[in-house]
Design a protein around this ligand. Structure first.
Ligand code: ADP
Ligand code: ZN
Length: 731
């Protein structure tokens, strides 16, 4: 018997699969992790195929040394997934494998944790009176054990002393058992079990449509607060009833423990949690709880789509439009694509839920590839919060140069007086966006990246938001020596400082990347905020996601234009989504909500549609624009990004690639809408120079995409070539 093995070495840049002979005395399983000789080393590999013959000669072939587990760590479904993903994204098999078998499982460094429990043996029970009267500790320990039946050895030894317990064990009075102990993440969230809610008619229809599987993919288009979660839970309940399993994805779950709470309340300990914030031990235990079938529902962020669940009965992607579902680093994949492959394999429904679906998803719902389900009312019939658009040019002309409009300050005061809460959103952290010389215009930049540095007042440093490097703030211009320096646009840190001056008595919380570096920091801030009334929460994008605070009645969007003028074809869409999402935090329970949206472009159509919550009209306008300009979903954008510490090398290679793509275009004239090579907008990041070739090609030409992948397959250790299809951003 022979095995095709992919070896786990990062230098295997060609992703070669090698034949090995199976040892005679041992069965090797498909998908098993094995130890193999490789060059003069022994390394880990994975069995991707088993076969009777090999093309290698007897003297060329080496033998598998041994299997590393007594089971196959890659389930058959995942083997299928590996090859599908390799095809679509041109990923290396070993990189996909690393998604499927996370490092905590592979490394061998993380071990399962055990706990030992003691009990009184029947011998001990019978001979209790034989313990000498002066062995007081032994007598107390036995009495204690008789009472509690079983206790952890660690606790017993602490209470009665090591020697006492050891002696009792030695004498046979006390026995012990050792059990595996699961490190359960988010243990602080263990709510009481709750019953199902009675579904509304609309929710019921939604559930039935999904379960009917007329189409595998369902777009659940429901306004914020329309009860989508309840629909998900019913679909999942149905899967469990059929002895199946389910995946429930939410964007960046570490930010919103809310879903875990809801799911544990409904489904108890069969819920596992997977996200990047887990400790290694937690991840290891959860992964095996899922793999062993102990946990049947996985609630998690993007990477949980690779959870080793068998017999999937439902996959849910909540807030499907969220950017976090697309991985931006290698290996790059789109979560809904992976979900679709898994849904197809298991013939189970895939539900994409959102109040603001991506244009691509809604297009697919319109043209019939997806089943469209609409929930257009909030459950409690509460109106969506009223959105007021405030013209910041007008404020400026009337002499208000602060980041708060008069209107917003008024509304915040009202909310404070009513003992309610306010959320203020600004997608810019730090104190101010840059430090600049008023005389010569010099802007402080990172030495490793071509980006301006952000001033952080708390630690009085300039920080690079791309690589994290820190610099002393300027006291004078290094270019012209001028001491008259100016700070750029306001960030969250400064918002809090200014708010404190206006509302000195009101507690103010801040949630952004700077205040949430420690584990559980998000949860702490959110819990504190929830308890404190009145109060204000200032934050970046992370406060926009899924939070449900009943007392929040006011949402202020300080600079809505930030995402609107991003040079990206998705700028309108992202702005619409973000504004609607943030607005959805207001007035969720019984109190009416209000949104104040500050902009320098109050007439912009995106804001108009936002203010009326008119997704359909927004969609119609946007899809027309996309069609006219041949942008996705009517085309594919492909970016070939070339990065290297050697500027000339990157530049020359990009040029060579460009020439090859030009030839490709000559042979496929009608397939190309656009082809251009350029410096990346961020010309240098982390010491690496960046160039790119941008292409727009016809939507349905996987063959052409393959050729582009092939041309871009360059192996040179001094330069990286990275192909992205429909990238999230072109920076
Ligand atoms: P969405 O996910 O669409 O934003 P949620 O699922 O958070 O909405 O639902 C909003 C609120 O409505 C929640 O407080 C939820 O408990 C409640 N809710 C949902 N469905 C029902 C129902 N059938 N009966 C009563 N309350 C419901
Ligand atoms: Zn930097």
């Amino acid at each position: 018997m022979f095995a095709e093995v992919i070896v786990d070495v990062s230098t295997n840049s060609l992703d070669k699969i090698f034949d090995y002979e199976c040892p005679e005395n041992q069965t090797i399983l498909l998908g098993q992790r094995v130890l193999v000789p490789f060059g003069n080393r022994t390394i880990q590999g994975y069995v991707l195929n088993l076969k009777e013959t090999t093309n290698l000669n007897k003297n060329q072939i080496k033998q598998i040394l041994k299997p590393l587990d007594n089971f196959a760590i890659i389930i058959p479904e995942m083997l299928n997934l590996i090859f599908e993903l390799k095809n679509i994204y041109n990923l290396r098999i070993i990189d996909i494998l690393h998604l499927i078998v996370p490092s905590q499982i592979r490394s061998g460094k993380v071990k399962s944790q055990t706990e030992t429990f003691c009990y009184l043996t029947s011998f001990g029970m019978e001979h209790l009176n034989k313990i000498k009267a002066n062995s007081k500790n032994q007598i107390s320990a036995c009495a204690y054990l008789k009472n509690v039946a079983s206790e952890s050895i660690v606790k017993l030894k602490k209470q009665f002393g090591n020697a006492t317990i050891n002696k009792l064990i030695e004498k046979g009075f006390v026995g012990f058992v050792t059990e595996n102990k699961s490190r359960l993440p988010m243990q602080e969230i263990s709510p009481n079990l709750e019953d199902d809610l009675v579904l509304t008619k609309k929710q019921m229809e939604a559930v039935n449509q999904i379960l009917s599987k007329q189409k595998l993919v369902n777009l659940l288009f429901g306004v914020t607060g329309s009860g989508k979660t309840e629909v998900y839970m019913h679909v999942i309940k149905n899967a469990l009833k059929n002895n199946q399993t389910a995946i429930m994805l939410v964007p960046e779950i570490s930010l919103t423990p809310k879903t875990v709470k809801q799911f544990r309340a409904r489904f108890g300990s069969t819920v596992a949690v997977l996200h990047s914030g887990l400790s290694d031990g937690e991840k290891y235990d959860e992964w095996f709880r899922i793999f062993n079938g102990e946990a049947k529902i996985v609630v998690g962020a993007r990477s949980a789509i690779f959870a080793p669940l068998k017999n999937l009965g439902a996959i849910i992607i909540d807030e499907e439009h969220d950017g976090s579902y697309q991985s931006e680093n290698n290996p790059r994949y789109e979560t809904n694509e992976v979900a679709f492959i898994r849904a197809k394999y298991n013939n189970c429904p895939l539900v994409l839920g959102s109040a603001t679906p991506t244009i691509e998803s809604f297009y697919k719902a319109q043209n019939g590839s997806y089943n469209l389900i609409t929930l257009n009312e909030r459950i409690n019939k509460m109106p969506l919060p009223k959105m007021q658009i405030v013209d910041m040019c007008k404020e400026f002309r009337s002499g208000n140069t602060s980041i708060f409009s008069g209107e917003l300050i008024n509304e915040i005061s009202k909310s404070i007086n009513n003992n309610e809460q306010t959320i203020l959103f600004l997608n810019r952290r730090g104190f101010s966006s840059f430090q600049m010389c008023r005389e010569c215009g010099y802007v402080a930049k990172c030495s490793d990246c071509d980006v301006s540095l952000v001033y952080h007042k708390e630690d009085n440093l300039l920080k690079c938001h791309y690589c994290g490097k820190k610099f002393k703030p300027l006291t004078k211009c290094p270019n012209c020596g001028n001491v008259n320096l100016k700070l750029g646009n306001t960030g969250t840190e400064k918002v809090v400082e200014e708010l404190k001056q206006i509302f000195p008595k009101t507690p103010i919380f801040r949630m952004d990347n700077d205040t949430t570096t420690t584990k559980n920091a998000h949860a702490k801030i959110l819990t504190e905020f929830e308890k404190t009334k009145p109060s204000i929460l200032v934050g970046t994008q992370m406060i926009a996601k899924g939070h449900d605070f009943p007392s929040v009645t006011l949402v202020g969007i300080l600079d809505a234009d930030l995402s609107l003028f991003y040079s990206d074809y998705k700028a309108n869409e992202k702005t619409y989504q973000l504004v609607t999402q943030v607005a959805g935090r207001a007035g969720r329970k019984n109190l009416e909500g209000k949104v104040v949206l500050q902009t320098f472009f109050p007439k912009h159509y995106v804001y108009n549609f936002c203010a009326n919550y008119d997704y359909l009209r927004f969609y119609n306008k946007e899809i027309n624009l996309r069609e006219t300009a041949s942008f996705p979903p009517f085309s594919k954008i492909i970016r070939v990004l070339v990065t290297s510490e050697d500027n000339e090398l990157a530049k020359n290679l990009t040029h060579n690639l460009f020439l090859k793509f030009k030839d490709l275009r000559i042979n496929n004239k009608t397939e190309f809408y656009f082809l251009e090579a350029m410096r990346s907008p961020h010309a240098k990041i982390k010491k690496k120079f960046r160039y790119q070739v941008l292409m727009r090609i016809k939507e349905n030409n996987q063959n052409l995409v393959k050729q582009i992948f092939e041309i871009s397959n360059i192996t040179n250790k001094n330069v990286t070539v990275f192909v992205e299809v429909n990238p999230q951003n072109l920076g």
